[in-house]
Design a protein around this ligand. Structure first.
Ligand code: IPM
Ligand code: MN
Length: 353
């Protein structure tokens, strides 16, 4: 009997629904080819629903999501909704409540894709960032006093406990071992200034590495230097592990070096629970409904999801199909510049799967 996976789909806002259609198109082609089934159920979470009903996310949402094998998300962010409401109320809330404590972000330059990095090609840009995804500055601990007065004070704390740090580091070490490229894990921190939080990270990193991962080489970079080397010598990196805020920042830098938001995929992973796959780019509202947005990031998310579900062959087939398309068909990853419509790009990849 063939395996069936139940997938919750959150198309979301802006161009989210358009890219999700192409992602599903390619996923379905892979399912057919490799003999498994995908059942999709759509959820209307996003800006339009909020504007209509006043509710950002029903309280039952995460319990409901737990019934699925995976979540496939388009994009969250609506121009008519104040920044923060949907991001915090949907995206971050799901990440937190589903305890998706890893944000896995491959930085891989596919053949044929232009990169702004001079003299660098696919052989130089191929690493993965393991971003801690539920703690740090995103915890939301802080507040104001005397708000609105000249004496006002605002605090936002970078909070980590040992267990949170350890589970993230273990995931990163295991991932590095499984990836088996250079067997090198780099911690990205700021131990010269954040002498509490990143001191905890650094101690845990070396203790765990020394005890259980002697086969993995450990490196350390401050976050500012990490940015510099990601531009100058990206080939140095195999896997980078870091806290939530630094991970957010350096993965946008990484994304632009791999061809931009049209192509960068990510996964919010709970290794013991339900995970959610989403393109790094946002909802790009100005391109909505024009059939010009690049769906490759969503398609690559589909490959990540299948790999996570254990359908590794199918995941590889999708990735190979994407690479064939970038190498031979699309020369510019920008919306409206691909030479193909959103729909056609989905077709091109699906055909090759
Ligand atoms: C990302 C995004 C989110 C984040 C925002 C939209 C809350 O930038 O997924 O990187 O900061 O994590
Ligand atoms: Mn971000």
């Amino acid at each position: 009997m063939s395996k069936t996976y139940n997938i919750a789909v959150i198309p979301g806002d802006g161009t989210g629904p358009e890219v999700v259609v192409e992602g599903k198109k390619v996923l379905s082609a892979a399912a057919q080819k490799f003999g498994f089934k995908l059942n999709y159920e759509d959820f209307d979470y996003g800006g339009d629903r909020y504007l209509k009903t006043g509710e950002v996310l029903p309280d039952s949402a995460s319990e409901e999501m737990k019934q699925f094998d995976s979540i496939f998300l388009g994009a969250i962010g609506h121009p008519e909704v104040k920044p923060g409401i949907l991001e915090k109320g949907i995206l971050l809330r799901l990440r937190f409540e589903l305890d998706q404590y890893i944000n896995l972000r491959p930085v891989k330059l596919y053949p044929g894709v232009p990169t702004p990095l001079k003299d660098k090609g696919p052989e130089h840009i191929d690493y993965v960032v393991v971003r801690e995804n539920t703690g740090g500055l995103y915890t939301g601990i802080g507040g104001f006093t005397m708000k609105g007065t000249p004496d006002e004070v605002a605090v936002q704390s970078m909070v980590y406990n040992r267990k949170q740090v350890e589970r993230c580091l273990r995931y990163a070490f295991n991932y590095t071992r499984k990836r088996n490229k250079n067997n090198t894990l780099a911690l990205c921190g700021k131990t010269n200034v954040l002498t509490y939080t990143y001191d905890l990270w650094e101690r845990a990193f070396h203790e765990i590495g020394e005890k259980n991962y002697k086969d993995i080489t450990r490196e350390y970079y401050h976050v500012d230097a990490t940015c510099m080397w990601m531009v100058k010598n990206p080939e140095w990196f195999d896997v980078i592990v870091t806290g939530n805020m630094f991970g957010d920042i350096i993965t946008d830098l990484g994304a632009i070096t791999q061809g931009g938001m049209g192509i960068a995929a990510g996964g919010n992973i709970n290794p013991e629970g339900v995970s959610m796959f989403e393109p790094i780019g946002g909802s790009a509202p100005k391109y909505t409904g024009k059939n010009i947005i690049n769906p490759l990031a969503s398609i690559a998310c589909g490959a990540m999801m299948l790999e996570h579900l254990g359908e590794e062959e199918a995941a590889t087939a999708i990735e190979n199909a994407i690479m064939d398309v970038t190498d031979n068909k699309i020369k510019d990853m920008g919306a409206g510049k691909m030479g193909y419509s959103t729909f056609e790009v989905g077709d091109l990849v699906a055909e090759r799967v």
